[in-house]
Structures are given as C-alpha cells and as structure tokens.
Design a protein around this ligand. Sequence first.
Ligand code: GLN
Length: 227
Amino acid sequence: MTLTCACPNAAGSGRLAPEPGSNQSSNDLNANRQARLRIGVLALQGAFARHVASLNRCGVEAFEVRDAAQLADCDALVLPGGESTTMSMLLDRSDLRAPLAARLSDGLPVFGTCAGMILLAETIADGRPDQMPLRAIDIDVRRNGYGRQLDSFEADIDVAGLDDGPFRAVFIRAPVVTRVGPDVNILAEVEGDAVMCSSGNVVVASFHPELTDDDRLHRLFLQSLLG
Ligand code: GLN
C-alpha cells in the first residue's frame, strides 16, 4: 500500500520524532511512534468496537469518535462497517459531517471498511436519496451489490504490500466497486472486482478486516501513517 502521510504528528510537529540522543533500534522507535498515534474510530453505528479491539492489539490506544472534539484529536480515523444509510444520517445529526469533510480535504488519513467505504466513495448507487457521499476517494460503489445469493461470503485475497500470504476477507452485504478513478490504486480484487483500494491518504475495503483475528491490514494502515 503506498499511502503518503499527512499525519500532523508523524512528521512536522516532532511529537512522534525520536528522542534526541536515543539509541533505540529502528523497530523499537517505530513501535514507540506507532503507540503514540491517536487513532479514532467513528462510533455512530456499526462494528466500531471490533476496530478498536484490532487497533488495540496492534499496540495503539484507539478511541471512539462521536463528536467534533474527538474528531479534532485524531491523527487518523477508521470508518467501520455497519449501515451506511444510518451512519450518513447520524453524521448530519451529530454535526460531524462538515468537520469530517474539512479534515478529509486537509488529508486526514482514513481507513473505511464496507459501509465506511460507501461513505467515502464519490458516488453511491442504491443508497437513500438523501445519502450524501463524502467523495474522499474517486470510486463509485453500489450498495449490497453482490446480490442475495452472495449476501455474505468469505474469500482469500492477495493484498498488495501484505506479506505472509493471503488475507481471509469477510464480506457482509458488501458494496461492489463499479468504477475506479485513474488515480486510485487497486490493492485487492475478487473475480475482477476491486475490493480494496487506496488514493492519497484514503484506503477502503469492501470487507470486514476487524471481524477476523488477523490484524495485518490494521498494521499496514498504521505503518502507512509513519511513512
Ligand atoms: N450494506 C451495508 C450498507 O449499505 C454495508 C454492509 C456492511 O457494512 N457490512 O451500508
């Protein structure tokens, strides 16, 4: 995964910089810097608790984001799976849509899974008429696009940049990616359809990495924040 880092604390501010005079190994330093990342998980609805648990297992203290102050405290944000129509409505009700849109356009690194991917897309087919996409990544998606027979399924997928073999991806009423813009990297596919993509600081997956004990995708996201 090639994400450029716009994490304010990873570079410019020095908050995550090595201690002067430190002779720790670079692995220790990276673990140290990673542990100091402030990772929020949008917690309006859906599988946010599982993402918090995955991130905690990776050694960062993730926290739930429900208001603008918590959003302002994030170095990066995870948008979980759940129900994108409900989450979209709750973004409006909690007055989070405008501050989230502002942080996204400032380059806040985000990882959106399933409904989170839908929220971040450029266009949404089969959504509610009042469901506004955040347009943070140039892909089009169709909600529940795998149809009734493939409502839920699992697949072993190869993910670009992921070592140690395929990832067991759990799809639950997943969106289908119907268009990928020219600046978007496809990181994984299932039968010719993109199921994981990135562009700039945005990474999206149409499946649920938080529902397995395999934390490699969360680790990959965290590593991308450190550059
Ligand atoms: N179908 C759901 C939606 O449209 C997404 C499903 C999921 O996140 N598992 O939001």
